[in-house]
Design a protein around this ligand. Sequence first.
Ligand code: FES
Ligand SMILES: [Fe+2]
Length: 376
Amino acid sequence: MNSHVKLDPVGELVANVSVPFERAKAMPKSVYTSPDFMKLELERVFSKDWICAGRSSSLAKPGDYITMSVAGTPVIVIRDREGKLRALSNVCLHRMSTLLEGSGNVKAIVCPYHAWTYNLTGELRGAAGMGLNAGFCKEDYKLPQFRCEDWLGWIMITLNPDIEGPSERLRDVSRLVGHYGMEHYVESFRETHVWNTNWKVLAENFMESYHLPMCHRNTIGGQVSLEQMDCPTGFPTFNYHWALKSDDQYLALAHPNNHRLAGDDRRRTYLLSIYPGLFISLSPGYFWYLALHPRSPGEVDMIYGGGLSPEFLADEDSDRHFASLKELLDHVNVEDKGCTEKVYRGLLGSASDPGHLSHLERPNYEFAQYLAGMIK
Ligand code: FES
Ligand SMILES: [Fe+2]
């Protein structure tokens, strides 16, 4: 690409999704590399849709919190004393320092700068040395709050006051996998990572299992066949595909005590891509997920977590099961890191160009349509 050619990522993306799927190509390079396009993504996608902050079971006790940045806005997700999950602005109302870092448990939110102190619902509780300012009134200060909902065990937050709630917006997820009882799956691990790729490269990697036989040839690739995959048409707010697991993948199957699932569902893994950034692999025996947010065009912030289904968790061998599952997931994740970072390095080069999509990459095409619809 000549450097003097002005990029028009939105126009290129709209043109890309106007081609019928049967002739479609991967998204244009500019949507991955352009800082201007990422600004639009933050403004029109990550500020407007529901963003996942992980599992609500990870914030079990009053005062348990995590922090994150949603489209540049620092946010605390915290469980208050009444047990309600809240998303509060993580910025002090005095001279605007950020308040909490990372994750943990607090009795009150104390600013690290001059110690203004807020309770768990965001009201200012104390501010030393402020008594002589006649205009200061403690009761006027309350941290701004954002919408925060527990949806099937997922913490969903949004900066958008107007968007429909997750149970309406994602009602077809419940129709599709409600019988799996995802809300009862408990997270056993939660990690945060930064990978050197565009967030959409990683999202697209999750959406297709076409890469499994090659990228994952040393782990799970041998257990899948391209002929047995199905990529049904998705929905405006998410896409999905599924794969049937074989008898030797014990943890991917329904536990004998699982009476919710019957027939092929006892061995069916759903791969749910919930736009824009939540990717869930849901098996009868376990789940794992990625919650993504762009950090820069070439860097993605991720929450990586998962755990066992309730029946495997109650099993006397649950520790051993979990250890073997975590080891496998970590290997698979390292393979995905390699593949998605290679894609980003490749598409940065001047001689690269997007190629045609396989019929097994229909979800990628639908994801591009969602993005174009939100951004144009
Ligand atoms: S900035 Fe928070 S107390 Fe001063
Ligand atoms: Fe993968």
